[in-house]
Design a protein around this ligand. Structure first.
Ligand SMILES: Nc1ncnc2c1ncn2[C@@H]1O[C@H](COP(=O)(O)OP(=O)(O)OP(=O)(O)O)[C@@H](O)[C@H]1O
Length: 303
């Protein structure tokens, strides 16, 4: 596995307080790496060290093949805490200004604005932007110079559901089409789960666990949830009992059933539809995933 970033026992101490305690993480190239942790867990501190905004007290890291002392951040974009944008400037002016500030060559700013969905707002002053638009402009600034590695601290904080959805789509596109590795800190688990391919859980400055999406899904593969239109519930239950006689099938509501075994959802869907049951939804049990994270966060031992 090729890593864009590896940290080796990184620690940070403020006065007598250890806010990051021997953290060793491994961020695979082209991954979307979710950093999960409660408020004050140390996520921002870790990101600030990687971005060169503060120095670690102990430990080291390797960034894009270079050890921390020699790390170059030309190919990196970052959005840590609030986006630092100039409110009296338009989106386009902000991009031009930051490009000069970063010493970058002129580039296709309109394409960057299009990438973040601000193509229709290029002439509007940033002070007239919604929070979501400001966040997107912050990301547009971090995309200047076409970075291979993007570090985003809580980019969906404070966004409305539509803004969260758009942000997720945008990051997915960046990752898929440009191969950009994205490290993203968030405490909104449900959103991270939809996006991330790899995870690290941090609590009290310690790394509790690091795992891939496959590992997470395997750990939470306690079954499949199927939702049907209410009038089909009984038929669905009878059909499932005939097709999967050894699988426990629990009725959760007047339209959803939980099969307590990991069966192939596509097969189940086809079987029910062929037998004239109107299926509204099928999926793995998201509650299990949430529970998995909560248990890790509340009872985890550092690794
Ligand atoms: N400059 C500083 N001086 C002293 N303590 C600090 C400093 N910066 C951060 N801390 C402390 O370090 C701890 C970790 O903070 P950090 O911002 O890294 O957490 P976080 O996981 O990003 O939390 P949040 O989700 O709230 O942003 C907190 O207890 C915070 O008060």
């Amino acid at each position: 596995m090729e890593y864009i970033l590896q940290t080796d026992n990184l620690s940070k101490v403020y006065g007598t307080k250890t806010v990051l305690d021997h953290v060793s993480i491994h961020v695979p190239k082209k991954s979307i790496y979710g950093l999960v942790g409660k408020n004050g867990a140390g996520k921002t501190t870790l990101m600030r060290i990687i971005c060169g905004l503060t120095q670690q007290s102990e430990g080291s890291y390797t960034l894009q093949g270079k050890s921390n002392g020699d790390a170059v951040r030309n190919n990196m974009g970052m959005l840590i805490e609030k986006p630092g944008i100039y409110e009296h400037m338009t989106a386009l002016e902000n991009l031009r200004y930051f490009s000069l500030l970063f010493g970058l060559q002129s580039q296709d700013y309109r394409k960057i604005l299009e990438m973040v969905g601000l193509q229709n707002a290029e002439k509007k002053k940033a002070r007239q932007f919604s929070l979501g638009m400001k966040q997107r402009l912050g990301i547009a600034i971090s995309l200047l110079g076409n970075p291979d590695f993007l570090i985003l601290d809580e980019p969906i904080n404070g966004l409305d559901p539509e803004g969260v959805y758009e942000m997720r789509k945008m990051l997915e596109t960046l990752n898929r089409e440009n191969g950009t590795t994205i490290m993203i800190a968030s405490h909104i688990l449900s959103e991270l789960y939809k996006l991330a391919t790899d995870y690290a859980i941090i609590e009290g400055g310690c790394l509790i666990d690091e795992f891939s999406k496959e590992t997470l899904e395997h750990a939470c593969s306690s079954g499949v949830r199927v939702t049907v239109e209410p009038e089909y519930l009984q038929d669905a239950k009878t059909l499932i009992a005939s097709r999967y006689p050894d699988v426990r099938c629990e009725v959760l509501s007047n339209q959803s059933l939980h099969l307590h075994e990991k069966i192939n959802p596509a097969d189940l869907n086809q079987f029910l539809v062929e037998n004239k049951v109107r299926v509204c939804g099928l999926g793995t049990n998201e509650e299990d995933i949430e529970k998995f994270f909560v248990e890790k966060l509340s009872g985890g031992q550092a690794v």
